[in-house]
Write a protein that binds this ligand. Sequence first.
Ligand SMILES: [Zn+2]
Length: 290
Amino acid sequence: MIDLHLHSAASDVSDSPSQLVDLALELKLKAIALTDHDTVAGVEQFLSYGESKNIITLPGIEISIRHEPKRELINVHIIGLNIDHTSTSFLNTIKDQIKGRLEQKKAICKRLRNELGYNISFDSVKAIAGSKVIGRPHIVEIMKKNNPNKVEGKSKKDLFKLISIGGVAYVDRKFKLDLEESIELIKSAGGIPILAHPGIHIVPDRKKSVELCVKAGIKGIEVEYTYAKNRPFYETDKENWAQNYFPDYYRLIAEKFNLIKSGGSDYHGKKKKIKIGEANVPDNYLKSFI
Ligand SMILES: [Zn+2]
C-alpha cells in the first residue's frame, strides 16, 4: 500500500516529517508523499530521513487555489507530486501564496473582533500555531478558548462555518494562484499536477468539472480518498455512501480522461481521525511517479 497525501508539522499537524516516515514504516507502506498546504518547508527533512529507510518518499505540496464561483471552483486543491522543492521561482511564488494566506487569517480575526465581538487577536492565533502554517483550526481554537460564553451551544463545525467561504466572518485571500497558475507552477518545478479529493466538491456536473481541470492542464486525479472522514461527508449520513461511491466513480473518470491515478489519506495527525494508509491506495499507482 502507498499514501500520496500526508500533512506534517510544516503545515498544520503535530507530527514532524520524519515521524510520518516512521509511522508509514510501521505500517509497511511502500511509498508516501508529503503534501503540506502551500509549503514545502518539511520536504527536505522528509526526503533525507526517508533516504536510508525501506520506503519511497516523494516531495509534494497541496496548493489551495483561488475560489471562482463563476467556474464552480470552490475549495479546489491541487496537489503537486515530484516537484523540485528547491526551485527558486517555485519558492518565490509559494512565498507570496503564504503571505496571502497570513493576510487573510489576519483579516478574519479582525472581522471576528470588530464585527462579531469576539475576543481574538491575530497574535494569539499566531502563538497557538507556533511554527506551523496558521490555519482555520488555530482561529477556532482561540474562538473557543477566549470566548466560552459566546461559543456556548456552538459546535466546532459551526465555528468553522463562520470563518469559511460563505460564512459571516470569511474574507477571501488577495493573492492566490488560480487553477491554471497553480498547475503551471507545479509543472515548471517538474512536478505532476493532480486534482485533490474531487468528490468533496459540490458541483452540478462532476464530469464537466474534471473536464475543466483537464483543459487547464491537470495530469492526475485522486481516486482513493478518505471521504468518510473529511468534509463535507464526515459525521453525516452520507459518510458510507461517499466512501463507496467516489473512488469507483473517479476511477472511471480517470480512465475516460486518461489521467494518472493517485490517492491518499489526507492524514492530519490527531486533528482528524484518519490513519496513514487508510485510503487503501494500491502499489501499482507508483509506476506513474518513479
Ligand atoms: Zn490535504
